[in-house]
Each structure stands twice: as structure tokens, then as C-alpha cells.
Design a protein around this ligand. Structure first.
Ligand code: UDP
Length: 282
């Protein structure tokens, strides 16, 4: 769900959203509205603003995209790449599901238990900075799968890539059910957080209390935790230079959002991990 100026809207954009916004009841009416708002249709939108308006029209852009995106990325929608918004589906059906895939879900018990099970019987050292001990650690293995930031791996030799970071503010509330759904996005620019996650909705239990997290986007600085790559032209060019260095290393395999500087969803993360591992000589 999304909240804008106190009103709630369904996400991702679908017939429910268009009804809430314009009271249109049929796909034809919704398409007509969007057509009217597209102005001159930009054939190959070069930035996020053009892409969003050409996909869903100016109203949806102003209510549900502009404020959220500028908070999330700390940049104007005109400076951001069109690809970011192509992630979000647009549907002319009354279907609030996030993804169009035939199956969607999260692992039972969450990702922590999935990873715990995967690592069963595997020797594992936590709280070790690979980069600080790379000489000793590299001698231990024939293959290294590196999932940290690629620019850090190469000691920032071409300069630092930019990332967005997030600060989570957690609160335990004395109620069973706070917002009725796992994620509520706050799309007003003046609300400092982008969304509130109520974790128990990912796997509903009988606890009398609930835990919520507010997400405050922040610019990443060295030493902070990077979350999102910023795939604009400048950073993509810099990444390609690091990628060339990476390709020269036979036994180090770069994997995941930070090491490949890509904005991956979990399904693509899993797919990439399986494909990297299948190519290893183990
Ligand atoms: N977005 C938006 N309004 C919303 C939710 C998302 O404009 O209410 C845009 C925003 O630019 C965001 C992108 O869609 O960065 C992808 O959002 P998603 O929630 O899929 O990203 P996540 O942070 O979960 O990776």
C-alpha cells in the first residue's frame, strides 16, 4: 500500500490504484486517462521522470512516484536512469500482487533460516573483514566468491562508486497488528522515511506485540553499509572499469548486488548465485 496526503492507494499500479485516483472502472477508461497525460510520447525515455510519465501518466507520477523516488535516491527524477522504474509492473487488471511471476513468496521462516540450513556443516567465520586479511584467506581456497562492493575489492583504484544506504529505526509496539500489511510506502516528499515495514505480516504469528521498521534513505559514505547501487551513467561507466579488472582474475568470482553493481531482486540473486557456482571447478 502507499499513503499520499493521508489517502491510501494500492501498489503496484493497477486498476485498483486507477480507481482510487480517478474513479475509473474499466481498463479502457484508465488507458484513456494515461494517454491524455502522456503529452508528447517520448519514444525512448532517457530519465526516470519521462519513463514514469510515459508509462502511467502525470497524476500517478506526482502522487506515487516523484516524492518516494527522490527520497529513496536523493536525486531528482530527471537525473535517474529510466530502468529503476521499469522494475515496477503496470497492470490493467484488479490485481495487487507485486510480481507477475507464476510463483511468489519468501522462504518459510525467512531468509535467516534458509541461509542457516544452507550453511549446515560448512565452516564459517563471522565478523572477518576479507579485505583486511585477503592474503591469508586467499591461500585457503581455490575459488573465492566475493559478494562485497567491487570498488572496495580493488582498493578504490579508479575512485569510489556511489551507493544509497538506509537507516532502519525499529520500534516494538504494544499492539497485535499495526498497519494490516507488511509494507506501507509514504510517497510524500515531506515524510522523512520511505516506508514502514511490519515484519510479522511476512509470516503471521500469534504474538501480542508487533515490530515495525521505518526506512530512512541516506547517502552512503565509506564505512557505512551500502544497500543500493546507483546505476546512472557516471557510476555505470566507473563500474565497467572495475568489471574489466575483475574479468582478469581467474579464481575470484563476483556475485550479488554489490559485487556486480546491479539492482537485483531476490529471484535474480538466487539465479546468479546458482549460475556462478555451476561454473566453478569444485
Ligand atoms: N517506487 C516509487 N513509489 C513507490 C515504490 C517504488 O516511485 O511507492 C519506485 C522508486 O523509484 C523505487 C523503485 O520504484 O526506487 C523500486 O521500488 P521497490 O520497492 O521495488 O525497491 P526495493 O527498495 O524494495 O528494492
Amino acid at each position: 500500500m502507499a499513503v499520499y496526503q493521508g489517502k491510501m492507494y494500492n501498489l503496484p499500479f493497477n486498476m485498483n490504484t486507477f480507481y482510487q485516483l480517478w474513479q475509473v472502472k474499466t481498463p479502457q477508461e484508465a488507458k484513456q486517462k494515461i494517454m491524455e497525460q502522456r503529452q508528447a510520447i517520448v519514444r525512448q525515455p532517457k530519465n526516470l521522470e519521462d519513463q514514469a510519465i510515459s508509462l502511467v501518466g502525470r497524476d500517478v507520477y506526482n502522487v506515487l512516484i516523484k516524492g518516494y523516488t527522490e527520497k529513496q535516491w536523493g536525486r531528482s527524477c530527471r537525473e535517474l536512469p529510466a530502468e529503476i522504474i521499469r522494475r515496477l509492473p503496470v497492470r490493467f487488471t484488479f490485481d495487487n500482487n507485486y510480481f507477475n511471476d507464476p510463483y511468489q513468496g519468501i522462504p518459510e521462516g525467512g531468509y535467516t533460516s534458509l541461509i542457516t540450513n544452507l550453511l549446515e556443516g560448512v565452516q564459517c567465520h563471522l565478523n572477518v573483514d576479507f579485505l583486511k586479511e585477503r592474503e591469508t584467506l586467499s591461500k585457503l581456497a581455490n575459488n573465492i566468491v566475493f559478494t562485497g562492493p567491487i570498488d572496495a575489492f580493488f582498493d578504490y583504484c579508479y575512485g569510489a562508486l556511489e551507493y544509497r544506504s538506509v537507516r532502519f529505526e525499529k520500534e516494538v509496539l504494544d499492539c497485535e497488528n499495526y498497519q494490516g500489511v507488511a509494507v506501507v510506502n509514504y510517497t510524500d516528499r515531506c515524510v522523512p522515511y520511505t516506508r514502514i515495514i511490519e515484519h510479522k505480516h511476512f509470516e503471521y504469528g500469534t504474538q501480542p506485540k508487533t515490530v515495525i521498521s521505518r526506512e530512512y534513505p541516506e547517502e552512503w559514505k565509506r564505512g557505512a553499509e551500502p544497500y543500493y547501487p546507483i546505476n546512472d551513467a557516471k557510476n555505470s561507466e566507473l563500474y565497467q572499469k572495475y568489471e574489466r579488472l575483475a574479468q582478469e582474475l581467474g579464481n575470484v568470482h563476483f556475485c550479488g548486488r554489490l559485487a556486480t553493481y546491479k539492482y537485483y531482486d531476490m529471484d535474480r540473486v538466487v539465479d546468479e548465485a546458482l549460475s556462478v557456482v555451476s561454473k566453478l571447478n569444485v
